[in-house]
Structure formats: C-alpha cells, structure tokens
Design a protein around this ligand. Sequence first.
Ligand SMILES: CC(C)(COP(=O)(O)OP(=O)(O)OC[C@H]1O[C@@H](n2cnc3c(N)ncnc32)[C@H](O)[C@@H]1OP(=O)(O)O)[C@@H](O)C(=O)NCCC(=O)NCCS
Length: 156
Amino acid sequence: MILRPAATADIDALVALEASFPAEDRFDRRTWRRLLSGHAATLVAAAPEAPDQLLGAAVMLYRRGLALARLYSITVAPAARGKGVARALMAACEADATARGARAVRLEVRSSNSSAIRLYEAGGYRVIATLESYYPDGEAALRMEKCLNAPSNGAP
Ligand SMILES: CC(C)(COP(=O)(O)OP(=O)(O)OC[C@H]1O[C@@H](n2cnc3c(N)ncnc32)[C@H](O)[C@@H]1OP(=O)(O)O)[C@@H](O)C(=O)NCCC(=O)NCCS
C-alpha cells in the first residue's frame, strides 16, 4: 500500500470516497480544496498498481503553536475495509503530527460509530468526554485523545 499526501488532482476521488455518507457528513469540493491548502494534512492510501484510485484518506488539522493535533476525518472505501488501511493511515498521521511537534491527537466520533470507536481504542485513544447533541442531527460525540508517546496497543 502507498501512503502519500493528497493533491488537488485527488479531489474527485476524495469526494467519491464519501459518496455513500449522509449529506451532512460529507465534505464538498470546496471544503476539500480548502483542506488541501490550509493548516491541514490530508494523507491518502492507494494500491501501488493504481496510485490514483484511493483506498482511504485521513485529514489532520494543526494550529500554529498548539501541541494538540486533531484527527478531523478518516474514511476507507467500503471495498477496502477490514484490511488495515485505517490503521496504516492513522499511524502515518500520528508520525506526521509528531514530526510537527504535536504531543497528542484528539478527535470526535459519533457515539453510534462502533467500528470507528474500536479502531481508535485499538490505536490507544481513550474517551475523555461525551459531547451531547454535538452533530447537527442531535447525536452525541465521544471526544477521544491519545498521547503521542503512549503505546499504540492500548496497554497501560
Ligand atoms: C472506521 C473505518 C475508517 C475503519 O477502516 P478500516 O480500514 O476498515 O479499519 P482497519 O482495517 O484498519 O481496522 C483496524 C482496527 O479497527 C477496528 N475495526 C475497524 N473496523 C471495525 C469493525 N467494522 N468492527 C469492529 N472493529 C473494527 C479493529 O480493532 C481493527 O483491528 P483488527 O482488524 O485487528 O481487529 C471505516 O469503517 C470507515 O471508513 N467507516 C466510515 C467512515 C467513518 O466512520 N469514519 C470515522 C469517523 S470520521
């Protein structure tokens, strides 16, 4: 699997990755363009034989001077799920955050999204808060955090 930073040429493929999501959970082309040019790092995964066909993508947000990075989005194409693509993307995002001086990564996830919550727990993230009515449809979010020097298998 290839992991590389996303480029503007990937925008159609990034939009296609989220095509099956509810409208309020999707980024439109304008948002992707903004994410690719601002204080964000978007990493994409692809098979070596088809580098333009995306298997998944993850977006990290960085604020200047802040030791806390934010995992803003992670998506794997339905046909590529269950093969470690998200785990590889998260490891690459965490390495990127460490290289930029971040000491922790924080994220929010829908409280009903059990596969994502398991992914994060397996990666060493812990729930630090429940945010009621966080999403536009009223669903709560779990706020999770990982210290970047912590072990990734969740062991104490
Ligand atoms: C959540 C998501 C990113 C996982 O991607 P993935 O590539 O299938 O995940 P991986 O194969 O890397 O799984 C890594 C670990 O996560 C956990 N996990 C992932 N999917 C899971 C599922 N459906 N059920 C239970 N655990 C799951 C497991 O612990 C897994 O490790 P294991 O395979 O050794 O058991 C993917 O299902 C997805 O894109 N969902 C829709 C978008 C989304 O919900 N994004 C997160 C919120 S923004």
